[in-house]
Design a protein around this ligand. Structure first.
Ligand SMILES: Nc1ncnc2c1ncn2[C@@H]1O[C@H](COP(=O)(O)OP(=O)(O)OP(=O)(O)O)[C@@H](O)[C@H]1O
Ligand SMILES: O=P(O)(O)OC[C@H]1O[C@H](OP(=O)(O)OP(=O)(O)O)[C@H](O)[C@@H]1O
Length: 323
């Protein structure tokens, strides 16, 4: 393909790396390293016009935000941390279902009277009045902490920036509260911290994300459309099953499954594509109508001609070009 390729970044290390590689493989994209096995660039076999960069999750968020990358997979928490106006610079195209972590406000379990953000507000006032100092909140998620505390009307606090082992801050005497991500809750428990009842700032996961700041040529947009059509086809396939019955019984078969087709399935020659959740009910309806044998298989991909997400992205790009 002529012209510059679409730049697509995936994590080179860390928690998300293996999961992103497994997701690419599941979609049927084969990663071919171009800089040797230990290099940091690659291509996707069968998908021309895409140049893959391997970067850290944090650098991917930064590159999408600045427009150096067209497309990337990284955590929503890292993207949102780039600024309150993230949605004007990037678009989340697809939640990928892995890399899940909750960004939460926590307090020491021993603070029996503190369970909500309103309690933090009250304690903040009291602390300031008593000691002349503001409550300290340890976090590396400064942007989201500030916005969340402001939304809850909490002002009497200050942030102590932390770059690691944040949950240890209260025990070390460096802060009273902690804002950090949690997955299993083990780190919070080990540090005697509890999540406030209304203290979930973000339920994060890995997101396929496109930059609205990057310059997109028509060819690069076409490469994205092609890639997204495969990703979406794979996603749809996981939720659908193909039922097939004998041709001579088609009229009876279609009548038996008509209600399931109407719910979002589709007719096939001598069969139907139905939601897996309806599979057993549809099989029972076919059996009751005497239609047999019915075979069921799971599709690898279910392609559709349009992508609502891509249309929305292309519209937003036009909007931002017009600014
Ligand atoms: N238990 C967890 N702890 C930390 N991060 C998690 C966890 N579960 C999922 N994640 C997600 O993984 C991403 C961070 O991954 P990781 O810590 O591996 O990045 P990294 O390679 O260290 O990036 P950087 O070096 O730029 O900080 C975040 O989006 C985060 O939400
Ligand atoms: O709820 P859990 O399953 O216990 O996981 C959450 C913890 O894991 C991460 O820390 P990590 O030890 O990876 O160090 P980091 O903060 O430097 O990434 C994260 O920052 C939390 O501290």
């Amino acid at each position: 393909m002529s012209g510059s390729p679409m730049i697509f970044a995936i994590p080179s290390k860390g928690r998300l790396k293996d999961q992103v590689e497994a997701w690419l493989a599941e979609c049927g994209f084969k990663l071919e390293m171009t800089g040797g096995a230990r290099g940091y660039s690659a291509e996707l076999a069968g998908l021309p016009g895409v140049s893959v960069r391997l970067l850290s999750a944090g650098d991917i968020a930064a590159g999408l935000d600045s427009g150096e990358l067209h497309l990337g997979v990284t955590g929503e928490d890292l993207l949102r941390e780039r600024g309150d106006d993230m949605d004007s610079r990037v678009m989340l195209l697809r939640a990928l279902g892995f890399g899940r972590a909750d960004l939460v406000v926590t307090a020491p379990k021993s603070w029996l009277d503190v369970d909500t953000m309103a309690d933090v507000d009250a304690v903040g006032h009291a602390h300031l009045a008593r000691t002349g100092r503001r409550l300290r909140v340890a976090t590396k998620y400064v942007t989201q902490t500030r916005a969340f505390f402001a939304r809850h009307g909490v002002a009497d606090y200050r942030i102590v920036e932390s770059s690691g082992a944040t949950e240890g801050a209260p025990a070390a005497g460096a802060a009273e509260l902690v804002v950090d991500i949690t997955t299993t809750g083990a780190t919070l428990a080990a540090n005697g911290l509890k999540i406030l009842a209304d203290g979930v700032i973000l339920k994060s996961q890995a997101q396929l994300t496109a930059s609205l700041i990057a310059a997109w040529s028509p060819e690069q947009l076409a490469a994205l459309r092609r890639m997204l059509s495969v990703v979406e086809a794979k996603g749809r396939a996981g939720k659908l099953a193909t039922l097939v019955w004998p041709a001579e019984q088609d009229a009876a078969g279609q009548a038996a499954v008509a209600a399931f087709v109407a719910k979002g399935g589709s007719r096939r020659a001598n069969g139907a594509l139905l939601a897996t959740g309806d599979l057993f009910d549809a099989a029972a309806a076919l059996a009751a109508a005497g239609v047999e044998p019915v075979t069921v298989s799971r599709p690898d991909y279910v392609f559709e001609s349009r992508s609502a997400v891509l249309d929305r992205f292309a519209d937003s790009l036009k909007g931002s070009l017009g600014k």
